[in-house]
Design a protein around this ligand. Structure first.
Ligand code: ADP
Ligand code: ADP
Ligand code: ZN
Length: 214
């Protein structure tokens, strides 16, 4: 099973990806998570990545494609994977076609949410420092304020989840990522999901789609 989850920043990709991958027993591959991990290292690459992430700009295609190519070559990918946040541009999608060869992707889940709701979701998002679990101040609060239910570590706000950077990211999505839906449309593997429902209802809808293809 090779899947891709798409949607604008804040649509709920990461939240749903965590549930889908545990339901299907496949890997969750998020370029955003991989890049954030690298920015914590004080390497040249880490510093460069941080400047792209903090301004809400995309990391250049050459860098992104190299990182994902290396990841997809690891043997643990053989049991299947869910790509989250990659591809984000048409050249990245073309590169992915080259990497995957003729079997390609089995399913693309496209989550839609309107932009006012996205802004609210992103500015209220909090993430665990340790295990990466995602919360929301209103929609998915932890049991104890500021503390992860999973591992007890501290929650933080991503440096790109500020009002300013969010509007940049939404624009980048419209200009560079939304055109991918046309790129993939004719393959007949895109399924649109209404992301403006509870987290659980969104997951139920996704499960129906997955059951329909296996
Ligand atoms: P993405 O990976 O697409 O950027 P996330 O999964 O991180 O999105 O979700 C963004 C924020 O919105 C998080 O704070 C998350 O808790 C919250 N969220 C996710 N899905 C929903 C939903 N269906 N309804 C309300 N809030 C949601
Ligand atoms: P969100 O789901 O909230 O949009 P991500 O965690 O997927 O956020 O991505 C965070 C940032 O990482 C992006 O704003 C961008 O700077 C960088 N990034 C992630 N994936 C890619 C990609 N495929 N191509 C270029 N930049 C990327
Ligand atoms: Zn945690």
């Amino acid at each position: 099973m090779r899947m891709l989850i798409m949607g604008p920043p804040g649509a709920g990709k990461g939240t749903q990806a965590a549930q889908i991958t545990s339901f299907c027993g496949i890997l969750h591959i998020s370029t955003g998570d991989m890049f954030r991990a690298e920015t914590k290292e004080s390497t040249e690459l880490g510093k460069k990545l941080k400047s792209y992430l903090d301004s809400g700009q995309l990391v250049p295609d050459e860098v992104t494609v190299k990182v994902i190519e290396k990841r997809l070559q690891k043997p643990d990918c053989e049991k299947g994977f869910l790509l989250d946040g990659f591809p984000r541009t048409v050249p990245q999608a073309e590169a992915l076609d080259g990497i995957l060869g003729k079997d390609g992707l089995d399913l693309i889940i496209n989550i839609s949410v309107d932009s006012a709701a996205l802004l609210e979701r992103l500015t209220g998002r909090r993430v665990c420092k340790q295990c990466g679990k995602t919360y929301h101040l209103l929609y998915q609060p932890p049991q104890d304020e500021g503390v992860c239910d999973n591992c007890g570590d501290e929650l933080y706000q991503r440096s790109d989840d500020t009002r300013e950077t969010v509007s940049n990211r939404l624009e980048v999505y419209q200009n560079q990522t939304a055109p991918l839906l046309d790129y993939y449309a004719q393959r007949g593997i895109v399924r649109d999901i209404n992301g403006e429902q509870s987290i659980d209802d969104v997951f139920q809808e996704i499960k129906k789609v997955i059951r329909g293809i296996v």
